[in-house]
Design a protein around this ligand. Structure first.
Ligand code: ADP
Length: 464
């Protein structure tokens, strides 16, 4: 994986850059690389000590349609179904322009990463998708940490400066309302930085009780999978210069989050994508496990115990490498047989055995008569050992955010562009409708991060 990227000391922060990028997640790093390659001087400012934001925590992969990687795996896809399925899964509330841009630039984004020697050569599937279009590393490593490390490698090679513990507290604008810089708090005090443009890549507000109270009071007591810095700063910064916020009440609750300990762990959708089932406390299935996150979460919440168990075997575990990590931190219950596993979970062994046998028959016939599941059925649950992870829904992703157009320009309440201000990634709203499909958030960061890098360059050229 190479040298770990070392953020620059605050003393090296200059007074001026062509473009200032706020946030070091997938969107920010991608925008920085793209802008830098097009000739701009770019800087990335990150308020936390660690780089990579919530992107670090992404597990499943990056969705894209009509890629060469898919064809190598025999998967024949088309952007039309990627569009239709994402639209359907998003409750038809997705911004159609953003969605159109997204699906048509997804394969290019995979190629762009490969051009930077960031290869996503395996494919899997996530809930709500009809084919394998979730790209991930051949090592099957969780995508987030891999991507952040690799993007930081490129950032390092290209000499793009990244400053951590540098929080943007204000956007600056001139008399005409054009954004032309930022105010920051660094370890060495506060400072003003001038720039032609600013890209907000600050992520969502999934860790903000304040925003939750304002937009979704029903979720205030839910746990969150988000890193502590996901407090919606970009929304506030944008609002202060007139940006419009859209769909702020659309918040995704992720169905499979282990939360029995103070530290909350998201159990990646890949575990179900590779074949795991969900059972209730009695050991019975109760939902199509690969329906959308919204539907699966609601089904778990409707159970009397408000939680469920993921059940899988060694064959599935071999395809979902993250399970080794979940096991290491003590989240996995194991048994040599289904009966032994059931006993450890205080379930009637005969019930769980019957559930698994019925499921295995469904896999064999490719016909799930109970819950009409049609995906994630490539392997049954028969290879010892057998495993369970106790899960329940938690706040995961904020679909709403800054109103942007397909040029990643931030819009005000009248639909006018705020000159000099761009946004990409989770901070932007509208792409996902009321349910964000697994694998679409990483795709969004790369696709719209690249677009932001291109658009700030065009904007800089227009000023000359
Ligand atoms: P995305 O997936 O959209 O790229 P991430 O959550 O991965 O979003 O990354 C967003 C990053 O932005 C996080 O690391 C977060 O700490 C950082 N961030 C948020 N607000 C600020 C701020 N005011 N100043 C600097 N960095 C910020």
């Amino acid at each position: 994986m190479g040298e770990k990227y070392q953020p620059r000391p605050a003393s090296e922060l200059k007074d001026r850059y062509d473009t200032v990028i706020i946030g070091s997640g997938g969107a920010g790093l991608t925008a920085a690389i793209q802008a830098h390659e097009l000739g701009l001087s770019a800087v990335v400012l990150e308020k936390e000590e660690g780089l990579g934001g919530n992107t670090n925590r992404a597990s499943s992969g990056m969705n894209a349609a009509e890629t060469n990687v898919q064809l190598k795996h025999g998967v024949i896809d088309n952007v039309g179904s990627f569009y239709r399925e994402t639209y359907q899964d998003g409750g038809r509330l997705n911004d159609k322009d953003l969605l159109g841009y997204f699906v048509h630039h997804s394969a290019l984004a995979i190629d762009w990463l490969a051009d930077h020697d960031i290869k996503l050569e395996d494919v899997t599937i996530t809930g709500g998708m009809s084919v394998m279009r979730t790209h991930r590393p051949a090592s099957l490593a969780p995508i987030g940490g891999f991507l952040v490390n690799e993007l930081l490698r490129v950032v390092g090679q290209q000499g793009i400066p990244v400053f951590n513990q540098t929080k943007v507290t204000k956007l600056l604008k001139d008399d005409q309302g054009t954004v032309n810089g930022v105010e920051v708090q660094t370890t060495a005090g506060t400072k003003t930085i001038a720039a032609n443009s600013v890209i907000l890549a600050t992520g969502g507000f999934g860790a903000s009780k304040e925003y939750m109270k304002r937009y979704r009071p029903d979720l205030v007591d839910y746990k969150t999978t988000n890193q502590p810095g996901a407090t919606g700063d970009g929304l506030k910064l944008g609002e202060d210069v007139g940006a419009q916020l859209v769909q702020m009440d659309l918040i995704q609750v992720h169905p499979t989050v282990q939360q029995d300990n103070p530290h909350v762990y998201l159990i990646g959708e890949v575990v179900r994508g590779e074949g795991a089932i969900l059972v209730n406390a009695k050991g019975q299935r109760f939902v199509n496990e690969l329906n959308t996150r919204k539907i699966v979460s609601n089904a778990i919440t409707a159970l009397p115990e408000h939680s469920a168990y993921l059940i899988f075997d060694q064959g599935i575990r071999d395809r979902a490498k993250a399970v080794d990590f979940y096991d290491k931190v003590g989240l996995v219950v194991s048994g040599n047989t289904i009966e032994e596993l059931a006993q450890k979970l205080s379930m009637a062994p005969a019930t769980l055995k019957k559930t698994v046998a019925t499921w295995n028959q469904a896999v064999k016939d490719h016909d799930d008569q109970e819950f009409s599941r049609t995906t994630g059925m490539d392997r049954d649950i028969a290879k010892p050992g057998f495993f369970a992870i106790h899960i329940a829904p938690a706040i995961h992703y904020t679909m709403g955010g800054l109103h942007i157009n397909t040029h990643t320009e931030v819009l005000d309440g009248n639909g006018n562009v705020i000159p000099g201000l761009f946004a990409a990634g989770e901070v932007a709203g509208g792409l996902h409708g009321n349910n964000r499909v697994g694998g679409n958030s990483i795709a969004e960061t790369i696709i719209f991060g690249r677009q932001a890098g291109q658009q700030v360059t065009l904007y800089a050229r227009s000023l000359k």
